[in-house]
Structures are given as structure tokens and as C-alpha cells.
Ligand binder design. Structure first.
Ligand code: 5GP
Length: 261
């Protein structure tokens, strides 16, 4: 399988075509953005960590029957994924109130929700990913009723699994964002999990100290993002004896190798 042209560039990832029409390569960048692109930076090593963490989580989800786009990780920054038609909705799942929910509704930060709360945002940077209702999704045909019902079932399963997975390594899963895509196989369209699941797309707090181990370190200028993401990777058993430094060194090494080629 050969890597082809760039077909899409997002804020944190690039998608390349391949010689197989059904597969694409997902490249994880080091770019970090927040507040609808108003805050931007490059954090060396972030893409490498997100590639590994997302691969780990999506592989585990496959094992429990959650169909997703991951085929295999190729290298430090790239993975082969199935080409899907992305549903233009960000599905937000919340277990604890924080972030935009508390600002929007005046709910006290840290309030534990009785049940997981699912919110929908339209994927549109120009509009700032506005919150929408299920009725909007149906009114504008962004997804069908059947697709929404299937996605909701998958979301609750994913949330249960991830609460347990992170809980087991001393991390609270506060909230996260998921994206889904349509895949046509054997003439039938099905909805599968796509995009990534990483500390860029989840809020993860240490169970004992409530220390933030996610992208809020960037959003709120808390610093030490790489050590926090590395801590998540180590606790999940992805990085063993590697230190923060070695993630950055491997990144440097792979860019030197690329230049030499
Ligand atoms: P909030 O709505 O509170 O800003 O975000 C809720 C959750 O969804 C957080 O875990 C946040 O990281 C994730 N999230 C929401 N929108 C985006 C987005 O556009 N990009 C990323 N990476 N995560 C998002």
C-alpha cells in the first residue's frame, strides 16, 4: 500500500490517500489549537503520544465489539484507517460538569452528573461548532433517526468501557468528544467510530488530586502538556520505561531520518 496525496488537513491531523481506495493514512500533527483556532501552538511530541494513545483505545474498543476505522498503526505519527464519510456532528459525552457546560448553564464546576449527558455540536469551525438539538440533526438530514439511535447506544457502551479503563489506572473520565462516519460494506451503509480518542479529545483528571492530564493544560496555560500525556500513556501501559524526553527524542530522530531520505 502506497501513501498518496494529502486529501484533508484539519487542526491536529492530516489525511492522505493510499493506493487502496478504501483506506487512508491519518497523520497526527504536533499542532495544538483552542477556542476555535484563536489560540495556536506547536507542542513537540504531542502527535506521537496521541497516535499511540488513540491506537490503544480504539483497539480495545474493537475487542469489545465497537466497530471503528482503525486498521493499524504504521509508525510514530501515522495510522491506516478506513475511509468513511464523516457525520458532521461532534458527539460530546459528559460524566462530570465542566468546560462549556458550566459556562453555558451556570452549573457548578465538578458536579457529578446522575447519568451520562450526550450533547451534539455541528462540526463547523466558521460557526464555532454550535450546540444543536437532535431535532436539528433530523431537520437538516445530518443523520437519520436510526443512525442517531445506533450512535447513542455505541456512545454509552464506549463511555462505560472508558470509565472502567481509565478508572483502573487512577484517572477520572470527565468528558470527551467522539466522531462517527458512514462506511459502505457489501452494499450496506453502517456507522462506525472514527477520528481519535486521546487527551486532546477527552478531559482526564487524576482520581486522587484532580490534576488535569489533558488538553486543558494548553487551553488554560497550565504547562507541562507532554508530561501529562506521557503520564496517561504510561498508566495505560503503552509507554513502559520511556520518559518524556525519549518521546521528544524519537520525534526528532524520525524527522532527521525523513530529511536524510
Ligand atoms: P467543552 O464543550 O466543554 O469545551 O468540551 C467537552 C469535551 O469535548 C472536552 O473533553 C473537549 O476536549 C472535547 N471537545 C469538544 N470540542 C472539541 C474540538 O473541537 N476538538 C477537540 N479536540 N475536542 C473537543
Amino acid at each position: 500500500m502506497k501513501k498518496g496525496k494529502k486529501i484533508y488537513e484539519g487542526k491536529a491531523k492530516i489525511i492522505y490517500s493510499t493506493s487502496d481506495k478504501d483506506l487512508v493514512i491519518q497523520y497526527f500533527k504536533d499542532d495544538a489549537t483552542a477556542f476555535n483556532n484563536q489560540k495556536k501552538s506547536t507542542i513537540e511530541g504531542k502527535g506521537v503520544l496521541n497516535n499511540r494513545i488513540s491506537e490503544h483505545i480504539l483497539s480495545k474498543l474493537s475487542q469489545i465489539g465497537i466497530k471503528n476505522h482503525l486498521v493499524k498503526r504504521l509508525n510514530m505519527r501515522e495510522q491506516v484507517v478506513k475511509l468513511v464519510e464523516i457525520i458532521p456532528i461532534e458527539f460530546i459525552v459528559r460524566n462530570v460538569a465542566t468546560g462549556s457546560l458550566t459556562k453555558r448553564l451556570g452549573i457548578e464546576d465538578g458536579t457529578i452528573l446522575k447519568e451520562p449527558l450526550i450533547e451534539y455540536c455541528l462540526k463547523d469551525d466558521k460557526l464555532g461548532d454550535p450546540l444543536i438539538a437532535e431535532e436539528h440533526i433530523l431537520a437538516f438530514d445530518w443523520a437519520s433517526k436510526t443512525e442517531i439511535e445506533k450512535v447513542k447506544k455505541m456512545i454509552l457502551r464506549i463511555n462505560d468501557f472508558m470509565i472502567g479503563m481509565f478508572g483502573g489506572v487512577g484517572i477520572k473520565l470527565i468528558d470527551f468528544k467522539l466522531e462517527f462516519g458512514r462506511l459502505t460494506s457489501n452494499g450496506k451503509k453502517e456507522v462506525i467510530l472514527a477520528d481519535e480518542i486521546s487527551p486532546d479529545t477527552c478531559r482526564l483528571w487524576d482520581s486522587v488530586t484532580d490534576k488535569k492530564l489533558d488538553k486543558d493544560r494548553f487551553r488554560k496555560d497550565l504547562g507541562d502538556l507532554i508530561p501529562a500525556y506521557t503520564e496517561v500513556a504510561k498508566r495505560l501501559g503503552i509507554l513502559h520505561e520511556q520518559s518524556n524526553l525519549s518521546v521528544v527524542n524519537v520525534t526528532k530522530l524520525s524527522s532527521i531520518k525523513r530529511k536524510r531520505k
